[in-house]
Design a binder for this molecule. Structure first.
Ligand code: CA
Length: 510
């Protein structure tokens, strides 16, 4: 039977692993290609993940944005042309759940960061196995630069969950600045008592440098003028790392999390007003594009481009409650929701000579696929944990095969601790979602509204109806059992591997 994402069954390889498609010929060809590369370079591949913050699926030119939305992105567009552009790359609905999913290969209800920790809240990654730890134990150098936001507690900081070194901030951009800006918080800025009160909250107001196992050193307090320079300082730190590693025998993993373009954006002075839109969000996007150009140029100059897989993405969709300091998505709703606008993010894979140029795929790719994929490419598949459930599937054959097929059948949508639905092929089956009919000051933001549990599940055809406007269920009842079986099997994994929670009840706002 020819392959079809809905009709073709998956194979379960272990009780703790998400079942995946078995594309045997693709797998074999990929292995040969990767073996040839290993022979050529004599080294395992490097991994560079450039993870932007709150940048939308539609922002980059290669996704239909760019000059059309007031911020050209020539470097990112070139990288996409020279590599593989994924149109169905999925994050989680907000920062920390996505980042933890990327690093652990697990959905939020397993790693426990169902929502972002704020202002020094305890809880993070301390009991998790990250891809950084796996690669490190397999002999890689591991470096994290930029935004972390996976728990500020010492045990959850990057240098204690698998990274050799960290240079960046532990929380999220707005927490350093919003209470300092009289436009947003006049009642704090003009009150000594409240300013003092914020300063006594248990979060670290500086960006830090930390080395494996050690307490972080404070580099500099993040005031608004300091914040506007952070992305450039972090770019320089990553460039220095890439240069240094060119002379090393060790392969490496660099997680570069940008500050931009999370609200509130205060662009570097060199970028202020440079976008056709003349808006700080768009100016920041232009700076981010230049940062991508700078990191890739450095790989090229140091002769490491051919042996480095670069993945560029964003941790969630637009934050619409802060519009116009917000990204662009052509899809429904925004960050905080499981509508496509919240979780469908850009996904660009570049690896010249190994990932074919000019590729585009709508095959499903999930942030949780990064862990098993990188582990497999590093020859460390046997280090993927067996004592916990891993939701990611190994996508290496999908990525390195020209015209390759995704090995993933389902994407599961999680809304905090609620199972929202699943996607398979072009269909999205939803049994709970954020109501987005509520209109606040700026329109349908994903943090606005309530969680609705549908009496009957809704069905959307994402090819005919990418904005999820038309419930197609009644006309498509033949699929119902297939979708319900997918959901039942996923939920059954939580009986054998119970869900985890590391944060308290959700705060009134995130
Ligand atoms: Ca984010």
């Amino acid at each position: 039977m020819p392959f079809d994402p809905i009709a073709t069954p998956t194979v379960r390889t272990a009780p703790n692993r998400e079942p995946a498609f078995r594309h045997e010929a693709q797998e074999e060809a990929a292995q040969q290609k990767l073996e040839a590369l290993r022979q050529r370079t004599g080294k395992r591949p490097n991994f560079l993940v450039i993870l932007m913050d709150d940048v939308g699926w539609g922002d980059f030119g290669c996704y239909g944005g760019g000059i059309a939305v007031g911020a050209p992105t020539p470097n990112i567009d070139r990288l996409a042309r020279e590599g593989l552009l994924l149109t169905s790359c999925y994050s989680e609905p907000s920062c920390s759940p996505s980042r933890a999913t990327l690093l652990t290969g697990r959905v939020p209800n397993r790693h426990g960061l169902q929502r972002p920790p704020m202002y020094g809240e305890p809880g993070g990654l301390e009991d998790e196995v990250t891809i950084a730890r796996i690669l490190s134990e397999a002999g890689y150098s591991t470096q994290a630069v930029g935004k972390w936001h996976l728990g500020e507690a010492l045990a959850s900081q990057p240098q204690n969950v698998g990274f050799d070194d960290f240079y960046g901030f532990l929380s999220v951009s707005d927490m350093y600045t919003e209470w300092r800006d009289p436009h947003f918080f006049p009642e704090i800025v003009y009150s000594d008592a409240r300013t003092e009160w914020v300063k006594n909250m248990p979060f670290n107001r500086s960006f830090v440098h930390a080395t494996r196992g050690n307490e972080p050193e404070q580099v500099e307090e993040v005031t608004i003028p300091v914040l506007s320079l952070l992305d450039d300082k972090w770019r320089q730190y990553s460039v220095d790392y890439i240069r240094r590693m060119a002379g090393s025998d060790q392969p490496w993993f660099l997680l570069h999390g940008t500050r931009g373009a999370h609200f509130d954006n205060y662009p570097h002075p060199d970028y202020l007003g440079v976008s056709p839109a003349k808006h700080p969000y768009k100016d920041t996007l232009i700076e981010l594009d230049a940062i991508v150009g700078s990191l890739v140029d450095c790989l090229k100059e140091t002769g490491q481009l051919e042996n480095t897989l670069v993945f560029i993405s964003s941790d969630n969709g637009p934050h619409m409650e802060t519009w116009p300091d917000a990204a662009y998505t052509p899809f429904r709703c925004a960050k905080g929701s499981t509508w496509e606008g919240g979780v469908r993010v850009p996904g660009i894979i570049s690896w010249p000579g190994t990932v074919a140029a000019g590729g585009q795929s709508d095959g499903l790719f999930d942030f949780n696929d990064i862990l098993p994929t990188f582990a497999a490419l590093a020859g460390a598949a046997d280090r993927v944990p067996t004592d916990r459930f891993i939701d990611g599937v190994d996508q290496s054959s999908f990525l390195v095969t020209e015209g390759g097929l995704s090995n993933r059948k389902y994407h599961y949508y999680w809304l905090v601790d609620t199972f929202s639905g699943l996607r398979v092929g072009e269909y999205k089956w939803m049994r709970a979602a954020t109501s987005d009919s509520v209109t606040d000051a700026w329109g349908p933001g994903g943090f606005t509204g309530v969680t609705e549990h549908y009496t009957y599940a809704k069905l959307f055809n994402l090819y005919l109806d990418p904005k999820e406007q038309h419930n197609y269920m009644t006309r498509k009842l033949a699929y119902v059992e297939a979708f319900q079986a997918g959901a039942r099997n996923h939920m059954a994994t939580f009986r054998a591997y119970p869900p985890k929670r590391v944060l308290g009840p959700r705060p009134a706002s995130t």
